[in-house]
Design a protein around this ligand. Structure first.
Ligand code: AMP
Length: 219
């Protein structure tokens, strides 16, 4: 496998947006456990049924379900190009499980990039966002398509907002982030793979900062 990158940051930090850009810029594969869980919910699978109410309340789905879904995805051949983990790991248990899984492949985390943002701005960022059916993300204020209602990438007009992107649930998700995920910053600092990026600026500037880090670690 190529590089293994982790994007850390609260909801709204820009993990998904930047992961898609790293896919484009470096030919890496974005692995979003949130997307995988939403697909499981939509499919009505047993895992999806269990995850649904937890996700709607802004809590964390059990490590068992998340690890099973991620492991299946990581068994597919395209991950050999290198991966960007978006929304995973979210607990120390998940981080340790990832280390074990990578060790079986003779691999380790290449870099964990912490997208550093102000919490107060996250409710607004998350509340205004929506996604085209093709996967391209938009925002009412920060990233409008050139023609309102038409996707810049695919020309489609089928947009969706996430059910958990309302102000109340975002506050719960921020709490879960600080209680369970923020400690991973110290975890990866201890492993000397942590990189910090100021993620309050504009999307293109953050893309450049991440690009410099990824170029550095994949050289
Ligand atoms: P996200 O798309 O990353 O914002 O994730 C949406 C929701 O899916 C979260 O609020 C959690 O309920 C759940 N989720 C996603 N990734 C994980 C994970 N690694 N561990 C536990 N729950 C997760």
């Amino acid at each position: 496998m190529g590089v293994v990158l982790i994007l850390l940051g609260p909801p709204g930090a820009g993990k998904g947006t930047q992961a898609r850009m790293l896919e484009e810029d470096f030919g890496l594969i974005q692995l979003s456990t949130g997307d995988m869980l939403r697909a499981a919910v939509a499919s009505g699978s047993e895992a999806g049924r269990q995850a649904k109410s937890v996700m709607a309340a802004g809590g964390l789905v059990s490590d068992e379900i998340v690890l099973a879904i991620l492991q299946d995805r990581m068994a597919e051949p395209d991950v050999k190009r290198g991966i960007i983990l978006d929304g995973f790991p979210r607990t120390e248990g998940q981080a340790a499980a990832l280390d074990r899984l990578l060790a079986t492949k003779g691999q380790r985390v290449t870099a964990a990039i912490s997208l550093e943002v102000d919490d107060e701005a996250m409710v607004g960022r998350v509340s205004g966002r929506y996604t085209c059916a093709c996967g391209e993300g938009y925002h009412d204020e920060f990233k409008r398509p050139a023609v309102l209602g038409v996707c810049d990438k695919c020309g489609g007009t089928d947009f969706k907002r996430r059910a958990d992107d309302n102000a109340e649930t975002v506050r719960e998700r921020l709490k879960a982030y600080h209680a369970q995920t923020a400690p991973l910053i110290a975890y990866y600092e201890g492993k000397e793979v942590l990189e910090r990026v100021d993620a309050m600026g504009d999307i293109a500037a953050i893309r450049d900062d991440l690009g410099a880090i990824v170029s550095g670690v994949s050289a």
